[in-house]
Design a protein around this ligand. Structure first.
Ligand code: TYM
Length: 347
């Protein structure tokens, strides 16, 4: 397994035996099937971090309703994501895994923090701008204050580190600003969290337009790989991935399509970019695309088998969700009680 390379101060946390384990928090929206971008940018790192850190992970279903959802589908997607995380290796024995809506303190702290978040700050969020352009018929207040809820998720657990893909960096910066602001007014209340973003595959790109991130909201299904895609479909999608006319596998500026494939291949095989360039010297893009497809299938196939197995036992999944929510609630209570007291809210 290749080691996680991180872009910033999370590094100090992974050095030798800290007295107390650092706390990690992260979440994913259950808004449909997960892409391979979600996997490389977040899920796989969640798994790798759980031995070294005290990890708290959630499905962010409260965030998901900022875009209109079919209630039945949302419930189903939440269970599916919960199962997919476990199938990917997130271990409920090692970490706290729960659904956001089952811990009311998220909504409570979100409200408080929204009063410490400025209109101007929220207006600058690129995700808000993107989503409001895509859902012009439903630019609701929740979509706008989404980052306050995300800050609440993180600050509630006093997280030191937040493993996410690069697209969440701006939200993390705002979370830090909110924490510093609150601490400045009321005294030390929140740990100020650091983003934990891997260097490789922090932004997996669309297979058809590598200027964009890989996202399931893309209308063309060939632009993304889903974690539940059949192997044949994965191979086909990689074969039709956009590259360039140079016919040389090398990582270089202006070769965004090939760079993306090299990053994916490197993330799956642990090989360095140089090793990959050596491996495919003198070979065409066809060979390379097949190899990338095979590496991704090898990564996803065992997860898919386990996922199908887990979904057969909904009762077991429900028990795990209940247990996770209880543990999360205990941690969350400490923070929300402290915050209400500091702000002067009667309980
Ligand atoms: P979401 O649900 O859109 O995505 C979940 C995680 O997947 C990462 N990701 C990617 N990484 C690399 N390449 C890609 N193409 C790619 N697409 C998605 C995201 O960066 C994210 O880490 N607001 C968050 C969910 C959230 C959250 C939180 C995260 C709610 N509360 C608290 C961290 C902490 C979101 O919408 O992620």
């Amino acid at each position: 397994m290749d080691k996680i390379e991180i872009t910033n101060t999370g590094a100090e946390a992974s050095s030798s035996a800290p007295a107390k384990k650092k706390r990690i928090f992260s979440a994913i929206q259950p808004s449909g099937a997960m892409t391979f971008g979600n996997y490389l940018g977040a899920i796989r790192n969640w798994v790798r971090l759980q031995d070294e850190f005290e990890c708290v992970y959630a499905t962010a279903n409260l965030h998901a309703i900022t875009v209109r959802q079919d209630p039945k589908k949302l419930k189903e997607n939440t269970v599916n994501l919960f199962a997919l995380l476990i199938a990917s290796g997130v271990d409920p024995e090692k970490c706290i895994l729960f659904n956001q809506s089952m811990v009311p303190a998220h909504a409570e702290l979100s409200w408080v923090l929204s009063t410490f978040t400025q209109f101007g700050e929220l207006s600058r969020m690129t995700q808000f701008k993107d989503k409001s352009a895509r859902h012009a018929d439903n630019i609701n207040a929740g979509l706008f204050t989404y980052p306050s809820l995300m800050a609440a998720d993180i600050l509630l657990y006093q997280a030191d580190l937040v493993p996410v893909g690069d697209d969440q960096r701006q939200h993390l910066e705002l979370t830090r600003d909110i924490a510093v602001r609150f601490n400045g007014i009321y005294g030390n209340t929140f740990v100020v969290p650091e983003p934990y973003i891997t260097k490789n595959a922090a932004r997996v790109r669309s297979l058809l337009d590598p200027s964009k991130k890989m996202s399931k909201s893309d209308p063309n299904t060939k632009s993304y790989i889903l974690m539940v895609d059949e192997p044949a479909s994965i191979m086909k999608k990689f074969r039709s991935a956009v590259t360039d006319s140079e016919a040389c596998v090398r990582y270089a500026e202006g070769k965004d399509g090939i760079n993306n494939l090299i990053e994916i291949y490197s993330a799956c095989t642990g090989k360095s970019y140089e090793e990959i360039e050596d491996e495919f010297r003198g070979k065409g893009y066809g060979d390379f695309k097949n190899a990338v497809g095979e590496a991704v299938v090898a990564e996803l196939e065992p997860i898919q088998v386990k996922y199908k197995e887990l979904l057969k036992d909904k009762k077991y999944l429900d028990e795990l969700a209940q247990k996770g929510a209880e543990s999360a609630s205990k941690l969350a209570k400490r923070t929300i009680d402290k915050v209400y007291k500091k702000v002067g809210l009667v309980r």
